[in-house]
Design a protein around this ligand. Structure first.
Ligand SMILES: *Cc1c(COP(=O)(O)O)cnc(C)c1O
Length: 308
């Protein structure tokens, strides 16, 4: 179901799941703020759990057994293994903003094999774009109906009676995706596989060009999985200096992300996440997009090599 943004999609998923005051929603701090904001929009409490430094996704053992809900982020496009949780929380929502086109042994991310709902973003920096846009997938008809109402003011229309008649039991929003944006999206969707294949090819090429450098390469997808490679985030020492040297050479490196517990709005959580902090200190995303090309990639590698 299309939404006006990935953030609106996450808000819709949290609302459709019935999350609200009194509920705790666990997510990772190594994500864009929207992953946690979604819980706060509906009045639920956010709990941030630490990551597994090998995958940069949540450490399944750090997810509290008694959490009401989990918002699982597939960081950089590497799917979080939802089968690795010992107890499945009441509500499981995937934030797959990085992972469209990624695969798990159970099929495509978004098939909700181990979740209630899966959210995507079509913001311009993402793998496919509608300029602004998002989507939620689910296999549950009741959730689908709630999502549809939430997106369209909460409006319920009786199947019989005059056309003007409608009712609202629960408030909704105008979170629809316009037809023009949706048309862009359907055309992009047809190219999704080619985009993700090219991202994987460039990522493999980065790996072979960078393997002798004193940096940590991103985690790879296990056999049976496909990485979405929204990001190619290496870990380097003296990250600030390396970042500045590359930027001064016109190379669009970036850092994903300021951990959510460092944001003023989340200061009150007073949580300590040493493995997230340690990864954050060294993370640096290298340019990765299908039109990058081998020659540009060689330049990035050369610049990185000389800045280390
Ligand atoms: C981009 C992103 C979002 C928000 O998507 P928008 O379409 O920009 O609202 C949410 N979560 C993650 C992990 C993202 O990267």
């Amino acid at each position: 179901m299309a939404f006006s943004s990935g953030t609106a999609a996450l808000h819709g998923a949290a609302a459709a799941a019935g999350l609200g005051p009194g509920d705790t929603v666990t997510t990772t701090a190594l994500s864009f703020s929207a992953s946690a904001n979604a819980a706060r929009y509906v009045g639920a409490a956010v709990a941030l759990a630490d990551i597994d430094p090998d995958t940069l996704n949540l450490d399944p053992a750090a997810v509290p057994r008694d959490t009401d809900a989990l918002i699982a982020v597939h960081y950089a496009g590497l799917p979080f293994d939802l089968r690795s949780l010992d107890t499945r929380p009441r509500v499981v929502i995937e934030d797959a903003a990085h992972a469209i086109g990624a695969l798990t042994p159970d099929g495509a991310v978004g098939n909700c094999a181990h979740s209630d709902m899966c959210c995507f973003s079509f913001h311009p920096v993402k793998t496919i774009t509608t300029t602004e846009g998002g989507a939620v997938t689910t296999n549950d008809r009741v959730l689908a109906d709630r999502l549809r109402r939430f997106r369209h003011h909460g409006i319920q229309q009786p199947s019989t009676g005059p056309a003007w008649q409608y009712d609202i039991e629960e408030l909704g929003y105008n979170y629809r995706l316009s037809d023009i944006h949706a048309a862009l999206g359907s055309s992009q969707l047809r190219r999704l596989d080619a985009f993700v294949a090219e991202r994987n090819r460039l990522a493999e090429r980065y790996r072979s060009l960078l393997e002798d450098l004193p940096i940590t390469l991103p985690p790879e997808a296990e056999p049976g999985w496909r990485h979405g490679y929204h990001l190619f985030a290496v870990r380097v020492d003296h990250r600030r200096r390396v970042y500045e040297m590359l930027r001064s050479r016109g190379i669009g490196v970036q850092v994903h992300y300021v951990p959510i517990h460092h944001l003023t709005a989340y200061e009150d959580l007073e949580v300590s996440l040493p493995r997230t902090d340690e990864a954050y200190e060294r993370l640096l995303s290298l340019p990765l997009f299908p039109s990058l090309g081998d020659a540009d990639q060689d330049q990035v590698v050369e610049a990185l090599r000389s800045s280390l």
